[in-house]
Structure formats: structure tokens, C-alpha cells
Design a protein around this ligand. Structure first.
Ligand code: ZN
Length: 184
């Protein structure tokens, strides 16, 4: 089921997220809905707060990068109760966008690799090191679980330049092609 996506300015994007119970059947349905919603909006990642639930779950699908980066490692997966244990490697600049911040794209600098602990939707606990674009999507989605959006990471000058665009999103003047939840 395609869920409406919450936009910048919706307080849920700033909320503290809670861990979810992996054994619940409802989790599988929710993860399927996250995938449907992400696919419908042609996204490469989507986090639970973006559909109004302050919970520690996100999904990724790096297949969306294939056209631009044919050698990208393709992973389509859900991360339940994830924790980034460390970020390391070189600084890596990449142009990010976000389904909750339509029509904004900016270069963001992050570390190239992360070590992450998480549970799969089937309840398997994992810990692994990821790099490249997979790491980038994970870092972006993980920020959503910490109440952050990618523009928080920009310089104050860049933020000032984006102020008008962000307020246009928050006040409903930007209408993307996918289903969104209006901010009150
Ligand atoms: Zn995002």
C-alpha cells in the first residue's frame, strides 16, 4: 500500500524514534508498505518517520542509481532497529535529495564507510561494514531516525540560501507527483 509521505516542516521528522518489535506480523506489512511507497516515488530509500511513524525502520533500494552508476552495488533491503557503530574512511561528497524535501538537491559530505548493526525483517541480527552508495543511502536514512534531514548538514550559508525553498515545502507550495501528507 502506498502511504502519503510527510514533508519538511512536519514535526514527525524531528521526533525521537523508538525501536520496533521484530516479532510482530504488522512489521512485515509496514516494511512492504515502505517499499511500495519508495518505489512509487522513485526513491532509493525511505525511513519510517517519512510516513509518519517515529520508529527505527528504513528501507533502501540502490537499483535507482544503476542508470547513472552502472557498477553500483544493488541492495534492496529493510533495516530494523539499526545502529551505526562507526563511520570511517575518506570524506565523500555526493549530491543528495530527499522525498520529504522535494525539489532540493545539494552536495553533502559524509564518510565513505559505516559499520552498522541491525535486524532483518525476518529477525536475523547482523553487523556489517558497507561503503560507497549503499553506505550513503544508509547514512541518509539513518539521519531520519535521529530526527535529522540532509539539509541540517549544510553550511549556514547554504541553509540561508535554501530558507525560502524549505519554507515553500513546509507551507505546501511544493507539490511533488507522489502522494504527500499536507502539513497542518
Ligand atoms: Zn530523506
Amino acid at each position: 500500500m502506498i502511504l502519503p509521505i510527510c514533508l519538511y516542516g512536519n514535526p514527525v521528522l524531528r521526533k525521537q524514534t523508538k525501536e520496533v518489535e521484530v516479532s510482530k506480523d504488522e512489521l512485515k506489512q509496514f516494511v512492504a508498505d515502505l517499499f511500495d511507497t519508495m518505489d512509487n516515488a522513485n526513491g532509493v530509500g525511505l525511513a519510517a518517520p517519512q510516513v509518519g511513524r517515529a520508529e527505527r525502520v528504513f528501507v533502501i533500494d540502490t537499483a535507482g542509481f544503476k542508470e547513472t552508476y552502472p557498477n553500483v552495488e544493488v541492495r534492496r533491503e529493510a533495516f530494523v532497529n539499526p545502529y551505526i557503530i562507526e563511520e570511517f574512511g575518506e570524506d565523500f561528497t555526493f549530491h543528495e535529495g530527499c522525498l520529504s524535501l522535494p525539489e532540493i538537491g545539494e552536495d553533502v559530505v559524509r564518510k565513505s564507510s559505516v559499520r552498522i548493526q541491525y535486524t532483518t525483517v525476518d529477525g536475523e541480527e547482523r553487523e556489517e561494514v558497507v561503503s560507497g552508495l549503499v553506505a550513503r543511502v544508509i547514512q541518509h536514512e539513518y539521519d531520519h531516525l535521529e530526527g535529522q534531514v540532509f539539509t541540517d548538514r549544510l553550511s549556514s550559508l547554504k541553509k540561508m540560501i535554501l530558507k525560502r525553498k524549505l519554507s515553500d515545502i513546509a507551507t505546501g507550495r511544493v507539490r511533488p507527483a507522489y502522494k504527500t501528507k499536507p502539513n497542518k
